[in-house]
Design a protein around this ligand. Structure first.
Ligand code: UT7
Length: 342
């Protein structure tokens, strides 16, 4: 057995305002039927005016720390590292994580952001886990939080149908590789050749150094749906399979695959590529939409709270997003009680 990072707390948070497909159809040229059949999504949540990514990150972080305390006592919430995955920071500068750590009362712990869009949570998990196994940290709070409603084009029916706001978080502690909850391995990758497929064109140094105002619409999020769909299926399937080979599991050994919740047709296509049965796939996008970096921890919270994910289950997490980026992680599910309400 060797030193490993072990999952010991889980929390999630959604903003108060739900938006139904019918409400979107009243504003845009779309319908409940199109959104449900093409994406599987029925509902998403959006932040209120003035509410930001850090507000959701703090709520999810507090709940994950409470979840860790319930099984491990007060000491379990004594984290010495915060890693926040987000592509919708409160401000371009500084990072959002230090403010989140401050509001959580965590003192002067190291805190930084990871920007890998929908793969952000897996990248953040791998970063924090590596810092724990290297002995740089003992306990880490890893948060995925995004508020894509703040960067969507109000008239883009495709992106508005898919994306929702939210945050999810886990607590990691130093432990042994043989324990339930130990992160057993990661597979991470990127392909910057696809950077234009998922992007916000304006607002960064490329546009700002021109001294010109952004071209109309360039401040909004833009996505080329079809090629992104294809790449999501290929990269999540291949990344999961590479990781399974490394860990020594087969797809049939898995109890649950918790894939990034972008589109139910993508989840089924990944399942088909890996030869999985539907019952092995965790699906919660019907209730929250695509919450970007929050997607995987929110799906974990929902599945664990609903009894779909139970201690001892063999689990693979897999994500895909802008960059392009992808990443997967494997673990045996531990005895954690998710906290999703204050
Ligand atoms: O989270 C990061 C990764 N993101 C993803 O993985 C998203 C991947 N992409 C997708 O999930 C799908 O490509 C979308 C849901 C974005 C789009 O679904 P699609 O089946 O690929 O549709 P499409 O883009 O090929 O468009 C088909 C038609 C088009 O109309 P025409 O040109 O055939 O007349 C679109 O304009 O559907 C139209 N359309 C809509 N119609 C009604 C696109 N969005 C909507 C809408 N309501 N909301």
């Amino acid at each position: 057995m060797s030193r490993a990072a072990v999952v010991c707390g889980l929390g999630g948070a959604l903003p108060a305002t739900a938006v139904t497909n019918e409400e979107l159809a009243a504003q845009l040229d779309t319908s409940d039927q199109w959104i449900r059949t093409r994406t599987g999504i029925g509902l998403r949540y959006v932040v209120a005016p003035g509410e930001s990514t850090s507000d959701l990150a703090v709520a999810a972080g507090e709940r994950a720390l409470e979840s860790a305390r319930r099984k491990g006592g007060a000491e379990a919430a004594d984290v010495d590292l915060v890693v926040l995955a987000t592509s919708t920071p409160d401000r371009p500068c500084p990072g959002t994580a230090p403010g989140v750590a401050h509001r959580l009362g965590l003192g002067t712990v190291p805190a930084f952001d990871v920007a890998a869009v929908c793969t952000g949570f897996v990248y953040a998990l791998a970063t924090a886990a590596s810092m724990i196994t290297a002995g740089v940290a003992e306990r880490a709070l890893v948060i995925g939080a995004d508020t894509f409603s703040t960067i969507l084009d109000p008239v883009d029916r495709t992106t508005r149908a898919i994306f929702g706001d939210g945050a999810g978080a886990v607590v990691l502690r130093a432990g042994e590789s043989g324990e339930p909850g130990a992160l057993l391995g990661f597979d991470l990758g990127s392909d910057g050749g696809g950077a234009d497929l998922i992007t916000v064109r304006a607002g960064g140094s490329r546009q700002r150094s021109t001294g010109e105002p952004p071209a109309p619409g360039d401040e909004f999020f833009a996505m080329e749906g079809r090629p992104v769909f294809t790449q999501a299926v290929i990269n999540m399937s291949e990344s999961s399979q590479r990781l399974l080979d490394r860990v020594g599991w087969t797809p049939g050994d898995l109890d649950k695959v918790v894939a990034h919740q972008a589109n139910v047709r993508i989840l089924h296509a990944v399942g088909e590529q890996l030869g999985l049965e539907d019952k092995q796939l965790v699906v919660n996008l019907d209730r929250v939409g695509n919450t970007v970096a929050a997607s995987i921890p929110l799906a974990l919270s929902d599945a664990a709270a609903g009894g779909d994910l139970v201690p001892g289950h063999r689990v693979v997490l897999t994500g895909f997003g802008g960059g392009l980026t992808w990443g997967s992680a494997a673990l045996v599910w531990p005895d954690v009680e998710p906290v999703t309400q204050s």
